[in-house]
Design a protein around this ligand. Structure first.
Ligand code: CA
Length: 226
């Protein structure tokens, strides 16, 4: 069982790792949101301990992002923020549990055990659309066993389309949710179209039955209509 400790307080991180290892878990630490993203893309973890105030951002944003991507790893927030509203926010963002610092290590272990015992199978880490397979954890994409190499942004677009397979995705939706830009603009539309055309090139070229459809005047759809 691998626990990812996302904590920028080095002393606390060390204490946590030591305690976890004594309890026979494997543990690795990340100090920042960026490092955590890299780590999560690189290997599957079984549980995340998440501090909220990190050097390069807020743990809650990271949590929302990984839930948006369909990752269902149990996340236990560990933070000094102790207001009811903070807890509610954390749970709303997709945390499974919330522990206020300072806490007793025995309680942390009990909560980890509870989470891991009732962890749901990671069913949603693999998305399939026709013969296209997307592994959300490893970010590996294959079509009929052939590996498709994508840039991170192309992967984000494809992942977004795959989560809505069979449904129309507009340029507005892609702009808002993938590029995180609120107002629509022609230059961004062009960027989106370029990404779609690259995806087409990589996913559909050489296969009969294109997966990426253009719905004229509206947007795009991955796979047949649902
Ligand atoms: Ca911190």
């Amino acid at each position: 069982m691998l626990v990812l400790v996302i904590e920028d307080d080095d002393r606390l991180a060390k204490t946590l790792v030591k305690g976890l290892e004594e309890a026979r878990y494997s543990a690795v630490t990340c100090r920042s949101v960026a490092e955590a993203r890299r780590r999560l893309a690189a290997e599957p973890v079984d549980l995340i301990l998440l501090d909220l105030g990190l050097a390069d951002g807020d743990g809650l944003d990271l949590l929302r992002a990984i839930r948006r991507e369909g990752l269902r790893i149990p996340v236990l927030i560990i933070t000094a923020r102790d207001a009811i509203s903070d807890r509610v926010q954390g749970l709303d963002a997709g945390a499974d549990d919330y522990l206020v610092k300072p806490f007793a290590f025995a309680e942390l272990l009990a909560r980890i055990r509870a989470r891991l015992n009732r962890a749901e199978p990671q069913v949603s880490t693999r998305l399939e659309v026709g013969d296209l397979v997307i592994d959300v954890v490893t970010r590996r994409v294959t079509r009929r066993e052939r590996v498709v190499e994508l840039t991170p942004q192309e992967f984000s677009v494809l992942h977004y389309l795959a989560l809505r397979a069979g449904k129309i995705v507009s340029r507005e939706m892609l702009a808002r949710d993938v590029w995180q830009v609120r107002s629509r603009a022609t230059p961004l539309d062009n960027v989106i179209d370029v990404h779609i055309s690259h995806l087409r090139e990589k996913i559909d070229r050489g296969f009969d039955g294109p997966l990426i459809q253009t719905v004229r005047g509206v947007g795009f759809r991955l796979g047949g209509e649902s």
